[in-house]
Design a protein around this ligand. Sequence first.
Ligand code: B3K
Ligand code: ZN
Length: 844
Amino acid sequence: PQTIYLSDYQPFGFIVDSVHLTFRLAPTATRVISRIAFRPNPAAQSRDFFLHGEQLSLIDAKLDGAAVSPELTPTGLRLDVPDAPFVFETEVEISPETNTALEGLYMSNGMYCTQCEAEGFRKITYYPDRPDVMSVFTVRIEGDLPVLLSNGNPVAQGDGWAEWHDPWPKPAYLFALVGGELLNHPDTFTTKSGKPVELNIWVRPGDEDKCAFGMEALKKSMKWDEDVYGREYDLDIFNIVAVDDFNMGAMENKGLNIFNSSCVLASPDTSTDMNFERIEAIIAHEYFHNWTGNRITCRDWFQLCLKEGLTVFRDSQFTADMRSAPVKRISDVIQLRARQFREDNGPLAHPVRPESFVEINNFYTATVYEKGAELIGMLKTLVGDEAYENALNLYFDRHDGDAATIEDWLQVFEDATGRDLSQFKRWYSQAGTPRLSVSEEYADGTYTLTFRQSTPPTPSQPVKDPRVIPIAVGLLNPNGDEVVPTTVLEMTEAEQSFAFDGLAVRPVPSILRGFSAPVILQRDTTNEERAFLLAHDTDPFNKWESGRALARDGLLHMIRDSAAPDMAYLEALTAVVRDDAQDPAFRALAMGLPSQDDLAQALVDLGEIPDPQAIWQALETLRQATAQHMQDLLPRIYAQYQVDAPFQPDAEQSGARALANAALALLSRLDGGAQAQKQYDAADNMTQQLAAFGCLLSAGKGQAATKAFYERWKHDRLVIDKWFTMQIVQADPDQAADVTAALTQHPDFTMKNPNRFRATLGALAMSPAGFHHASGKGYALLADWLIQLDPLNPQTTARMCSAFETWRRYDADRQALIATQLDRILEIDTLSRDTREMVERIRK
Ligand code: B3K
Ligand code: ZN
């Protein structure tokens, strides 16, 4: 397989003036007829007329009306063409029904749908399938189905056909088509300039009562983008379609967003508070792409973070505005550490803007998305809110209709602010998480902080240059008063000091407030100081972070030195949980513990080999000790935060439920699950039912509930996904692989549905102690299933290989067991390009 390099970028030799497509839908023999107007591109060097095309049967090709016989290759076609405008027409046949890769045009439960990003359009017809080739599409769909949708505005429709026209030039990856027996949940939105927009969420019959929440989220998103970014919607209609079989969360096709049904369908009975919040965020994310991604797209796939980092940043801002900003920030950092830091510290580390790839689908990563969003956040912190707004307005003015680059993006900020951002650009080109260590000095009323930054080597990047790091700092007096409010220090050197004058006493520093940069802060401090900051810090993120650091250090102590649970932590946590003046959602977050994976990485940073079983045991012991320590408090908290009002998935109610359920999890360790059984039996919403189910399983009392849950929900595939996952994540680590193996034999298990596959094998991969069981049975089971899935669905297989990315952390026995599995995968001659690239990168 060929490696593609950023440095090889060349514009396409032709401009596409218009695209006309006709689809004659049939499950195994869909005809796609295309008429494309090309003309030479004066800005291009080469006139090589090569169109991408994969798995297409070419029926017919014409150049300006005359039959031609292009040269066919496994990846496309080539033809001699005139040095003047011409029309190229083809007719191809494709088979949506047998398309299990879920890329291109495929079928899901009798419904036709498409997924073209990144390079799926080439499985639909011959085309220059690259994001810098933009054109205006007109689409005719013929098929014996009541609902036939494509991008843009409807032009005309009749019995068995429909025509759509999208006036906005777009790259082929934003093309979409849907056909099926669907029902719509309709609404309207009037834009700020008074234009009415028709809104629809299209679903399979039976799901129509799960659309209302998504529709509200869509309208809120449309309004928010007008209010905060001045961005108005630009078509007469906006359609969302829910699809069961989908490789990722959702897709921002112009005017026709296609969603994994798990990311749009919601009802209190079947969705948890976390599901609601995620659905709201994903609907916003896809909608926001209309400007950041669609109106301004990417020149090439190396620039993916241009649209993804910015759009994730925008959807985080939206959630922060709709719900609680501190809670959103804390949750985002938990995720960043769990997924992106893990990636950045292993064999799959890559820059936010990668410089080469084999299969671009392998680069839709936490680094491109979440670290990409962190870069936008740092930029905003560095230039300030007003300059950020000016820069964004300039970006939209200057680049509307363009396929842009990171250089364009940074230029806009340089022009709007007069700043030199060349050092900032290293954040886009250097992989790896910087370690930021800090030392302190206090003398004669001056307090000095000295920072050192260094980034460990990552694949093909042995040496790193210092980056500009915005470090938000506040200082507190020992009595708890804030003496220096949040100040952003701009670190540009490898080592740099910052002094604060006029301080009568030595202050307590609160460093990296709001997690102002995606770095690992290394600071030696005392438990007393952490407990002090947990009680007094005015910055909610650092308040939480102090509690987290207390928990982490206590756990590391337990793991390394067989220490007992740390009393300072237990006391400090109890004080927070007891304090009704604090946001319940914050208190629930404070009750969380560092993940098994975080602890494993922390041990590696200390030069130790993590033992997954010991990590799991320490967490269990600490939870048990916490339950005992809080035994008088827990019943009060549990009772007090029950919600009596009718269910609302809003920040307030979900915060109360989160706190009550965190209390329930601890209570179950004291009462053997008695209270959880009561909650399970009485629950009238999924948040409470699922939490109780988890407690019962973890208490070893889950047998009856496992049966009852299945009987109650067997008709609902999204709830049954939760049933699969919960049994695995709550299993004893010794049994997790066996429980998973047994569930893969359940009649409701299927490899063909990515949600179900992830709910099962993905759940095992997310349970470190079970997955890394010393016997190697977890590794073997996952490898078995990845090998089976790869021929059907390379994209989902490749993504799930990242379960193995941390393997070099572990002991020689585990490494040998994993190497055996990786080699077994690599031995398969017919392995997909996707999976081969991932496993080779990991195995190195
Ligand atoms: N842009 C899509 C992701 C496409 C993934 C292709 N493998 C969804 C999103 O980020 O909004
Ligand atoms: Zn996106």
